[in-house]
Design a protein around this ligand. Structure first.
Ligand code: HNI
Length: 147
């Protein structure tokens, strides 16, 4: 089981309490689709992803970004049981959606950049460290049902 310091717990909790899901989720997902265009292949039914402006303005992308942040919230609320928490979602992404697990890391990277921009100077190196650790643990749990 992953050990969390008090600082890591409080940092993750306060970030999730503070962030606006409707803003951060769409920004992080649309950034992923723009920066790593091959990730668009999973969203073929989302309509116009023709260029960056279309992706940022796409309502289905925005809505799905919110869904993903809600998905991350499950990890924040179960920090001592992350592996179990993501077992079903991992299965879904592997068996049904066939999402290459490398893409989880790309999303995590884009989310870090969005958080940094949102939080400004409050996003210190220590805060980033806590976020990276949390996201690494979640992404590894999401990748567990792949074989
Ligand atoms: Ni992901 C559906 C959570 C990363 C592609 N994804 C979901 C759902 C959740 C979710 C929750 C809804 C499940 C349901 O309907 O029961 N996804 C997460 C989380 C992460 C993540 C927590 C990482 C933090 N997903 C990704 C990435 C991709 C991805 C990186 C592809 C690049 N996810 C999908 C697709 C769907 C999906 C595709 C189905 C979308 C739809 O509605 O058609």
């Amino acid at each position: 089981m992953v050990e969390w310091t008090e600082f890591e717990r409080t940092t993750i909790t306060s970030i999730f309490a503070k962030i606006d899901y409707d803003k951060v989720g769409p920004k992080a997902l649309s950034r992923t689709l723009v920066v790593y265009p091959w990730t668009q292949r999973y969203f073929g039914n989302f309509g116009n992803l023709y260029n960056a402006a279309a992706i940022v303005g796409n309502k289905m992308v925005a809505a799905h970004g919110v869904v993903v942040i809600h998905g991350l919230e499950r990890g924040w609320k179960n920090m001592d049981n992350i592996r179990e928490t993501y077992s079903e979602l991992s299965h879904l992404h592997s068996e049904k959606l066939h999402v290459d697990p490398d893409n989880f890391k790309l999303f995590a990277e884009c989310l870090i950049i969005v958080l940094a921009a949102e939080m400004g100077s409050a996003f210190t190196a220590e805060v980033q460290g806590a976020c990276q650790k949390f996201l690494n643990v979640v992404m590894s749990a999401l990748g567990r049902q792949y074989h």
